[in-house]
Design a protein around this ligand. Structure first.
Ligand SMILES: [Zn+2]
Length: 394
């Protein structure tokens, strides 16, 4: 891409707020609304014309889902019986317009993929997307349709032979891994809290891909309590070398922010500063190893007021090359707007948490708990890509 400035699209339409699981469900669309409000208040979206999606059609949903499952999603709000397929559970309650709202989320990530594939833009971000737990025939983990899997499948049919999917959500990216487990054209890499300590209980180092695709499923299970420096050390000791070896034509990322220390559903201890650092690393990797093409999605994140809006504002800003310094004050107009819905919340004053995410690169030793994970991942995966697991330069 030379030295020209990267071009980017931001997928957004307030209709995406219709993906609302209702009541006290943790997956509350206010996180999206407050993210867009904060990004606008900071000027990150000045001059940006959001890309408003259309709902994905049945042909595209069928890329990742059984027709019978899509039919069940459609009829669930009207059904007086149990439609099965994981629907109507505490995690995945049935809601009005469930099919339309879920298909719109998929349409958003698909619109991002189309823009990138056509060459109109180098990067696109779909914060309503990242529903990585949805399976072929059932809903799971708050996810009805798997927008990531649909978009990757579409890319494979539209000129892309090698797609890398990188998932930094605190939970294992199980739905996307399952969709492409036997497909050597898709490298899936998931960094997450160790499956022995967190739902969905998969994402072990030993899940390496099916026959003919060994090494194209990569899992980096991290101990509870992992902080920014250790997380980034594990990331940099595994991901860049694998991308360099795999040579993807596009990088698709799931950017869940439930790795944050204050997230109520999980136990990693990252900060907003660490999230921002991660997005900058993703951008750098897309530039270096994926021809500059980067499709970023949202994902999990349940500290709705204090964390998600700031971290995903950094994500959008990074995609647009409008990086926001962590010292930047949170605009008073945003704080005032949040006060109207949460008068007693303690709101952040700055765009960072005051943490230093700098880290020591992995050197081959076993100094910290995370280094054992790094060693295990590298020994299991690196030889399958012609890389030396014990050489820190790889
Ligand atoms: Zn998650």
């Amino acid at each position: 891409m030379g030295d020209r400035a990267a071009t980017a699209s931001v997928v957004w339409d307030s209709a995406l707020l219709g993906y609302d699981l209702g009541g006290d469900h943790p997956f509350n669309p206010i996180r999206l609304e407050l993210t867009m409000r904060l990004a606008r208040a900071l000027g990150v979206l000045d001059g940006v014309d959001p890309l408003a999606p259309e709902a994905a059609g049945d042909d595209d949903l069928a890329r990742a889902h059984e027709v019978s499952y899509v039919a069940a999603v459609r009829e669930a709000p009207m059904a007086s019986w149990d439609v099965g397929h994981g629907l109507g559970t505490a995690d995945n309650p049935v809601f009005d317009q469930m099919h339309a709202a879920s298909a719109l989320v998929v349409g958003g990530t698909l619109a991002a993929a189309r823009r990138i594939a056509s060459g109109e833009v180098d990067r696109a971000v779909s914060i309503a997307g990242g529903l990585h737990h949805a399976m072929r025939d059932h809903a799971a983990g708050f996810c009805v349709y798997n927008d990531c899997a649909v978009a990757i499948s579409w890319l494979l049919d539209n000129g892309f032979d090698r797609v890398a999917y990188l998932d930094v959500d605190v939970h294992h990216g199980d739905g996307v891994q399952a969709a492409f487990y036997d497909d050597p054209r898709v490298l899936t890499v998931s960094l997450h809290q160790h499956p022995a300590t967190l739902w969905p209980g998969t994402g072990f180092v030993t899940e390496l891909g099916g026959r003919g695709a060994q090494g194209t499923s990569v899992n980096v299970p991290l101990p509870p309590g992992t902080r920014d420096p250790a997380w980034l050390r594990a990331f940099h000791a595994t991901v860049p070398a694998l991308l360099a070896a795999f040579q993807p034509q596009v990088l698709v990322t799931q950017c869940g922010v439930d790795t944050h220390e204050e997230d109520p559903l999980a136990d990693l201890s990252l900060s907003v500063d660490g999230h921002r650092e991660t997005y900058r690393a993703l951008r750098d990797l897309a530039t270096r190893y994926a021809g500059g093409k980067w499709l970023a999605t949202g994902g999990g994140g349940y500290q709705l007021l204090r964390v998600v809006p700031r971290s995903w504002t950094h994500l959008i800003a990074t995609v647009l090359d409008r990086d926001v310094p962590v010292e930047t004050l949170v605009p008073a107009e945003w704080t005032a707007a949040v006060r109207t819905v949460a008068p007693n919340a303690t709101l952040p004053v700055a765009m960072g948490d005051g943490r230093d995410p700098s880290f020591e690169p992995w050197g081959g030793g076993l100094d910290e708990a995370v280094d054992t994970v790094v060693r295990d991942v590298r020994r299991a995966v690196f030889p399958l890509h012609g890389l030396d697991p014990d050489d820190p330069r790889d």
